[in-house]
Design a protein around this ligand. Structure first.
Ligand code: ATP
Length: 371
């Protein structure tokens, strides 16, 4: 198997309505050939419907589906070079692992399937279990059989609909890395549907965050995390503090924001709001783990140029990896701070007056009129 067999997927003006309900709003989406692409979003946002339109299991209400340079919009599922792996494995219980994997090849009239089956079972590390029946396998092993069966006939695109949903957390994490390895080895374009942001971030090269039937933001995991374009994305991928502020001035590459009498600096290239004009209401975003916390009496130690906010600790809980604080400030009632290696943590208990500070480069700016 090689990347030459992969095809990119291009959706143009694609939409889907069921009666008078719009599940997928008209959208354009380009999935690069050979990439690991994730459709990420909460339940009901239209991920599965989008996937089913690529598979041909759902006919779009409008728009086109292209695989590479072929328009497949009107082709039935079995005529598309696409396979799907679902959460339910649907293995044949009476067939061995190798016969389950060989089934599709044999049905297509292929006689000599031994080598292909052996190769793919090796790829998913099931070689030694080839003669077992599905009932003699763990959930994770059954999922590998389903995966092997879906890639043995070399589709150009593999669609994965919450394939790890039935596995327990530990196995899920392990399989995420496995899937990534397998995708890299076979080079097929993987389109993976999930509601789990950590899963999407671990595996995907590119993530499309969906919300209410449309793509809210598209980008590499780190890009979406570091520079979310909306409050929805900022909070769907991890946790964010969003401080209500107003642009008061522009100074070179930096915007000066005001939240009451507090001044915050925002690099201009981190501004995602529609306007950067003075007086514009914005949200200044900062991730909890980017914030340092110290006692007010220790304020002199705050590095020059850092953004700073004062507040009172409402809650502090030690999680092992970090201490998580909730801090009330006049400009944000509940600021989350995830702090590691805090200096003089002893005094940082509920009721303590603190100063929060961070490098302005970690701040991001969003439109102020978001929910
Ligand atoms: P989940 O993670 O729960 O599967 P999803 O993001 O994959 O959610 P879809 O399955 O694409 O969401 O569904 C999007 C919306 O379209 C939902 O509100 C769903 O109820 C609706 N929907 C999906 N299929 C149909 C159908 N055949 N008839 C009517 N409504 C449908």
């Amino acid at each position: 198997m090689s990347a030459e067999q992969a095809a990119g997927v291009t959706l143009t003006g694609i939409s889907k309505t069921f009666g008078d309900f719009t599940a997928v709003q008209p959208m354009d989406l380009s999935i690069p050939q050979g990439s690991f692409f994730a459709l990420l979003g909460a339940s009901g946002c239209g991920k599965t419907t989008t996937l089913r339109m690529i598979a041909g299991l759902e006919q779009p209400t409008a728009g086109r589906v292209m695989l590479g340079d072929r328009d497949v919009t009107s082709l039935p599922p079995h005529r598309r070079p696409v396979n799907t792996v679902f959460q339910s494995y649907a293995l044949f219980p009476h067939l061995s692992v190798q016969d389950n994997v060989a089934f599709g090849l044999r049905r297509r009239g292929k006689k000599q399937v031994h080598k292909e089956v052996e190769d793919v079972l090796e790829l998913v590390e099931l070689g030694p279990l080839a003669r077992r029946k599905p009932a003699q396998l763990s959930g994770g092993q059954q999922q590998r059989v389903a995966l092997a069966r879906a890639i043995v006939n070399r589709p150009e695109v593999l669609l994965l609909d919450e394939p790890l949903g039935a596995l327990d957390l530990k196995l899920r994490r392990q399989m995420q890395l496995e899937l990534k390895r397998i995708q890299t080895e076979v080079g097929i374009t993987f389109v993976h549907v999930t509601h789990d942001q950590e899963e999407a971030m671990t595996m995907a090269d590119t993530i499309a965050v969906m919300n209410h039937g449309r793509v809210e933001q598209l980008g590499a995991p780190a890009e979406l995390y570091e520079s979310p374009g909306s409050a929805f994305v900022a909070n769907f991928l991890g946790q964010s503090n969003l401080i209500a502020a107003e642009i008061s001035a522009a100074e070179g590459d930096e915007l000066v924001l005001r939240a009451g009498d507090t001044k915050l600096t925002l690099p201009r290239d981190r501004m995602r709001a529609t306007s950067a004009a003075s007086g514009t209401k914005v949200l200044a975003g900062i991730r909890p783990e980017k914030i340092a916390i110290r006692s007010r009496s220790d304020e002199a130690a705050v590095p020059e140029g850092h953004n700073r906010l004062t507040g009172t600790i409402k809650d502090a809980s030690f999680t092992g990896v970090s201490t998580q604080y909730v801090v009330a400030s006049p400009w944000c009632p509940e600021l989350a701070v995830f702090a590691q290696n805090v200096e003089s943590a002893a005094g940082l208990t509920p009721g303590a007056e603190v100063v929060l500070h961070w490098n302005p480069a970690h701040t991001f700016g969003l439109d102020g009129d978001q929910d």
